[in-house]
Design a protein. Sequence first.
Length: 89
Amino acid sequence: VLFVSVHRYDKGTFYPGGPNASPECTGVGAGKGHSVNIAWPKGGAGDPEYILAVEQVVMPIAREYAPDLILISAGFDAAAGDPLGGCAL
C-alpha cells in the first residue's frame, strides 16, 4: 500500500496534525517508505500549487509504484471559500 496525502500542515497544528502528517514522516514499521505527505506550511494553496504537487511529486511516484488499484479520498476543506482549510482550490 502506498499512501499519498496533500494537506495543510501548519507545523503540525492543523488537521490531521501531529508528526505523522509531516513531510518527513514516510511511514513506520513495515510501512516505512510507503507514505508521502505533501504538507502546505500555511493556508492559501490553490490550483497552481496542487497542480505542481501532482505533476512533480504524486504522478512520478505513482508511475514508479504502478498500482493495480487507486482509491481517492477527497475532502472539501481545500476548496475556495471553505472556512476550515483556508486554501483556494
